[in-house]
Design a protein. Structure first.
Length: 186
């Protein structure tokens, strides 16, 4: 099993053990020191975000830390290892600039998306720098960062594509979820 697949499976297990949470974005970072980041949208109340971090901390058997993020604003975070995968859960202390739509997604839905993308991710892992599953309140989306156009083409191979938009390309995954592929500079 590759690192990305292990990250997806471990994130699904952590979320399943934490129970029903507010929206959580799952970001699998590959590279020299791979880790999974679980973070909440900044539009949520800090108390709700904090509850999600606390519950992930309980699953990891760790204690969350409070730290200043901006002047007068603090965030909570926790770091731990589960099944050999480093997990970081954080609140988003940015000042809300918009309101999320009424949520129709669930934590179980996020888990289902994480598991559904595994077969596709097995085929593209070598080209992926970052893979994220975003809970957008009413739907889920998947985003992949790659380091060059050749990697982007490999990730998009065999998918139904949309027209390219700048450095981002969009397609439809076999799961039916939208995929955005971005070429980034490291």
């Amino acid at each position: 099993m590759g690192v990305l697949i292990q990250q997806l499976e471990t994130a699904a297990h952590i979320l399943g053990s934490a129970g029903d949470l507010v929206q959580v974005h799952v970001v699998c970072e590959l590279g020299e020191q791979p880790f999974v980041r679980l973070h909440t949208p900044h539009q949520l109340a800090v108390a709700d975000q904090r509850s999600a971090v606390d519950r992930v901390a309980a699953v990891l058997g760790e204690v969350p830390l409070l730290q200043p993020v901006f002047t007068g604003r603090h965030g909570a975070s926790v770091r731990g290892v589960r099944e050999g995968v480093e997990i970081v859960a954080v609140t988003n202390a940015a000042i809300p600039d918009s309101v999320l739509p009424q949520r129709t997604t669930t934590t179980h839905g996020t888990i289902a998306v994480l598991r559904a993308v595994v077969p596709w991710a097995c085929n593209v892992e070598a080209h992926v720098h970052t893979l994220a599953v975003h809970d957008l309140s009413t739907r889920y989306s998947v985003a992949v960062d790659v380091t060059d156009g050749e990697a982007a083409e490999a990730v998009l191979a065999g998918l139904v594509r949309d027209k390219p938009r700048g450095r981002a390309r969009r397609a439809l995954l076999p799961t039916g979820h939208s995929l955005t592929v971005r070429v980034i500079s490291l």
